[in-house]
Design a protein around this ligand. Structure first.
Ligand SMILES: Cc1cc2nc3c(=O)[nH]c(=O)nc-3n(C[C@H](O)[C@H](O)[C@H](O)COP(=O)(O)OP(=O)(O)OC[C@H]3O[C@@H](n4cnc5c(N)ncnc54)[C@H](O)[C@@H]3O)c2cc1C
Length: 477
């Protein structure tokens, strides 16, 4: 059942005491929080997942600290949940059985930017926006750009295989991770992957760990590929009289017109209303907005911007604004990046489902969502990365008695997504909130194979139990 507290057993009092003794002996009291109010802050994240207050929070500042925490967890047989900045949307960093939270946000050094090879080596607590600024100052570019980029950290990005608006053209985090240092429960250190652009030695364990949602290993260092920074960028903002006109425009640009902007973001009418209420002046006639960005050489950028503008005009856009200066572009994006918070003000509770459908079927999905919303009497609004078919369908509610209807609506959305040939999560991961729905998309045989893999990495199921797979229980005593 969604949004209910986990029923995973908590570790016994003696196991907890043992873990605390081991942690304090290895790390000293300054790196181990145990006070209830201090630990309570780590029971949740930016989702509605209800966690269990951890018994201890380890403030790791080095690989040795991570190793000590993972060693203590195994020796005491208590669950341990890795955490970076806690901006996750599906409860990935939320402890479901108490135990230890292993915070890697304090490990925030950019250890190296290799200007000749185009490679960056970072610790897991580096905030993504800082990495962007550092590499761009050197003429390099790290494309993944979740809208939480000023708050989220690379460890979390890698564990969730984060995407973002630019994923449409440039791909997601996995496409840029060359290798890493990873530690298993117990503390064993592994060098995974490589530092070269190509390499096919052995199984691609790096690709497996990217997106493993903190359930297989803890990253202490990440090696990233950079690409040359595009010479020019142009942002276009197009307002449409209806959502269907905006969806048709996306279908036209990404299909028959074969345009490849670096991002196409779509916002529906309720989202625009939330932005108006947050102080943004947006033409009242607009029922949908596309925020489109093109990049490349100056000449290519101008030519693409012209074709994108023409596509918007012929799809019936009310108005198309073009911004080339960095400050104008930042103004357009600032509103988009703050939008999630603006939308949050519309209701006491909000769940954002980041589903993906083939781009030509976006219109159909939106139509089905409208039907679901009417049938279940649940407010919904949609925005997201329409360029790659990844939409954030948000469900809003105020009181607990609405919850059964919200849950029915979400399940109906997932069924619709699968029927349209889509997938349950484009970038937020499965975490705890989507775990009950995994069997809608994946066969029992595939789920069992993945559980077998998990057992190889973590036989006692101590690392982040309760995530991805429905109904798991850790075997802590
Ligand atoms: C306003 C807002 C906008 C967002 N927009 C986007 C978006 O556009 N695209 C997108 O992809 N996401 C988006 N997100 C979701 C979120 O920001 C991303 O999932 C992000 O990658 C999480 O990073 P974090 O540092 O907060 O990780 P956390 O939430 O702390 O952890 C996420 C997962 O990573 C694991 N983990 C953390 N550190 C480590 C480590 N060192 N080793 C192993 N595992 C680890 C945790 O166990 C957990 O499973 C958004 C969130 C918000 C609040």
């Amino acid at each position: 059942m969604l949004l209910t507290r986990s029923e995973l057993p908590r570790p016994s009092a003696s196991a907890r005491d043992k873990a605390l003794r081991l942690l304090e002996r290895a790390l000293g009291p300054s790196k181990v929080l145990t006070a209830e109010e201090a630990c309570e802050r780590f029971a949740g994240d930016e989702s509605e997942a209800l966690g269990v207050r951890p018994d201890a929070v380890v403030l790791a500042s080095s690989t040795d600290d991570i190793q000590a925490a993972l060693g203590a967890a195994r020796e005491a047989n208590v669950p341990i949940t890795p955490r970076a900045a806690g901006t996750g949307r599906t409860g990935g960093a939320v402890p479901m059985a108490g135990g230890i939270v292993l915070l890697t946000l304090g490990m925030n050094a950019i250890k190296e930017i290799d200007r000749r090879e185009g490679i960056a080596v970072v610790e897991p607590g580096v905030i993504l926006g800082s990495l962007h600024r550092e590499v761009e100052a050197e003429g390099w570019f790290y494309p993944p750009d979740p809208n939480s980029l000023e708050n989220c950290a690379l460890g979390g990005n890698v564990a969730e295989n984060a995407g973002g608006p630019r994923a449409f053209k440039y791909g997601v985090t996995r496409d840029y991770v060359l290798g890493m240092e990873a530690l298993l429960v117990g503390g064993q250190r592994l060098r995974v992957g490589r530092r070269t652009l190509k390499g096919v030695t052995g199984y691609d364990v790096t690709a497996l760990l990217v997106g493993s949602e903190g359930t297989l290993a803890v990253f202490s260092e990440i090696t990233l590929q950079l690409i040359p920074k595009p010479e020019a960028v142009t942002t276009l903002l197009a307002l449409f009289p209806s959502l269907s006109a905006a969806a048709a425009c996306v279908g036209e640009m990404t299909g028959p017109a074969r345009l490849l902007p670096r991002c196409i973001e779509m916002l529906d009418s309720l989202t625009l209303e939330a932005m108006r209420q947050a102080g943004n002046s947006i033409d009242r006639r607009a029922e949908a907005m596309l925020l489109i960005e093109v990049d490349g050489s100056e000449v290519a950028c101008d030519a693409q911007a012209e074709r994108v503008g023409a596509a918007c005009d012929s799809a019936g856009a009310i108005e198309v604004l073009v911004a080339q200066e960095a400050s104008q572009r930042d103004r357009l994006w600032a509103a988009r990046r703050e939008m999630s918070r603006a939308v949050r003000r519309l209701a006491k509770k909000k769940l954002s489902e980041d589903v993906v459908v083939p781009r030509q079927r976006i219109g159909e999905l939106l139509e089905r969502l409208r039907g679901i919303s009417e049938r279940e009497r649940v407010r919904t609004l949609t925005y997201g990365h329409a360029g790659d078919g990844n939409l954030h369908c948000n469900f809003l509610w105020d009181t607990d008695d609405e919850l059964p209807r919200v849950e029915r609506a979400i399940e109906a959305l997932f069924h619709a997504v699968i029927a349209l040939g889509g997938t349950l999560s484009g970038e937020h991961g499965i975490g705890v909130l989507k775990a009950p729905y995994l069997p809608l998309e994946q066969s029992a045989a595939l789920i069992d194979l993945q559980k077998d893999l998990k057992r190889v990495f973590d036989p006692q199921n101590l690392l982040n139990p309760g995530k991805i797979f429905p109904e798991t229980s850790h075997r802590a005593c």
